[in-house]
Ligand binder design. Structure first.
Ligand code: PRP
Ligand code: HPA
Ligand code: MG
Length: 177
């Protein structure tokens, strides 16, 4: 690791704050909380435990990065929701908004499917990476314009299990073995 950007303690504290804030927002709404596989899993698991209201969970797997550090620009559905979203209040949970393509695609899709409302909570926001216009409603932390890993975020499927968010040494990005 070249540097740690957000420590395990900082992530834990922010998850508690966001979960409590979302409890108040979704009181009496029974939102469909949608985790975007695979990166959102640790963050989703941590915030929903602080959402003290009725919620439902579902998952969507979309992919645009593969093993690269730069988005291919094309979003592909790998696994769709099991739930009919018509009339539902939806909360999309993401690990990061970078180019914005993944979330733009999902928000447009859920609106097309006639969700009642679509909000976004993301652990990380990388505003300098943005290519399409989309913003999250709830943000854990801003990160600089570098490829980050940990707490769900991978480089070539590795490092998702790190309990903190950091930047790898450049030699690792250059030669993956
Ligand atoms: O704003 P964007 O440029 O679209 O990037 C953000 C998306 O890219 C990553 O997913 P990835 O496709 O790597 O899938 P993963 O979660 O399985 O790693 C990340 O988890 C977000 O879903
Ligand atoms: O900085 C990043 N790290 C890991 N995965 C990502 N997907 C988009 N941006 C990133
Ligand atoms: Mg990835």
């Amino acid at each position: 690791m070249k540097k740690i950007l957000i420590t395990q303690e900082e992530v834990a504290k922010r998850c508690e704050e966001l979960g409590k804030e979302l409890t108040a927002v979704y009181k009496n709404k029974q939102p469909l909380v949608v985790g975007v596989l695979k990166g959102a899993i640790p963050f989703m698991a941590d915030i929903v435990r602080y959402m003290d209201t009725y919620i439902e969970l579902d998952f969507m797997d979309v992919s645009s990065y593969g093993d690269a550090t730069v988005s291919s620009g094309e979003v592909k559905i790998v696994k769709d929701l099991d739930t009919n979203v018509k009339g539902r209040d939806m909360l999309i949970v993401e690990d990061i908004i970078d180019s914005g393509r993944t979330l733009k695609y999902l928000v447009d899709l859920f609106k097309y499917r006639q969700a009642n409302s679509v909000a976004i909570v993301t652990l990380l926001d990388k505003p300098k990476g943005r290519v399409v216009g989309i913003e999250a409603d709830y943000i854990g932390f801003d990160v600089p314009n570098e490829f980050v890993v940990g707490y769900g975020l991978d480089f070539a499927e590795r490092y998702r299990n790190l309990p903190y968010v950091g930047v790898l040494k450049s030699s690792i990005y250059e030669t993956k073995v």
